[in-house]
Design a binder for this molecule. Structure first.
Ligand code: SF4
Length: 170
């Protein structure tokens, strides 16, 4: 089971990088810039796990405020004009894991870049889009090859899988 979860996590990361198509179809939220006080951020000891989807993940921080639990994903480097689709889906999966683990649905999650924070609303539309993506991943789980979904060399250049990916453009 742990192995399966790890495989799914690996596939999730690959798909997160390939998710531009899904974002356009789903109209993912672009995020809004917010100010956060990092003093209230709590580190998570162990990854969260949701058995029904064999999904696991570990937000960098959880913020507890006003009875809500908000996941935070920290990204190194300067903020892009809008969060990447891959970052949005990763954060959405953390929102799902928080809801399933603690029984409280986060209204939003936070992506923290070096110079800016974005709040991403965890809408029903985003959740449905995430579940569609996870279902697609499960279907492709045993395929040897999964087609690249973009033509952006710059994206491959930033991808941590480019050395093992036979479809890399960089
Ligand atoms: S190297 Fe390019 S094609 Fe391969 S997984 Fe990364 S982004 Fe996708």
């Amino acid at each position: 089971m742990v192995y399966l979860a790890l495989v799914l996590l690996f596939l999730a990361i690959v798909f997160f990088w390939q998710s531009n198509r899904q974002r356009k179809a789903a109209g993912l939220p672009g995020g809004r810039v917010i100010y956060t006080d990092t003093r209230g951020w709590g580190k998570l000891e162990k990854p969260l796990f949701y058995q029904a989807l064999s999904l696991t993940g570990k937000p960098d921080y959880l913020i507890q405020q006003n009875g809500q639990i908000i996941p935070v994903e920290v990204k190194s480097g300067r903020a892009p004009a809008a969060p990447y689709d891959s970052h949005i889906y990763q954060l959405a999966s953390y929102c799902l894991l928080v809801e399933k683990t603690y029984g409280k649905r986060p209204p939003y999650g936070i992506i923290h870049y070096n110079d800016r924070d974005f709040a991403i609303d965890y809408t029903r539309e985003l959740e449905v889009s995430l579940l569609d993506l996870l279902a697609e991943m499960k279907r492709d789980e045993h395929k040897r090859d999964v087609a690249r979904s973009h033509e952006q060399a710059s994206r491959c250049a930033r991808c941590g899988f480019r050395k093992v990916c036979d479809q890399s453009l960089a």
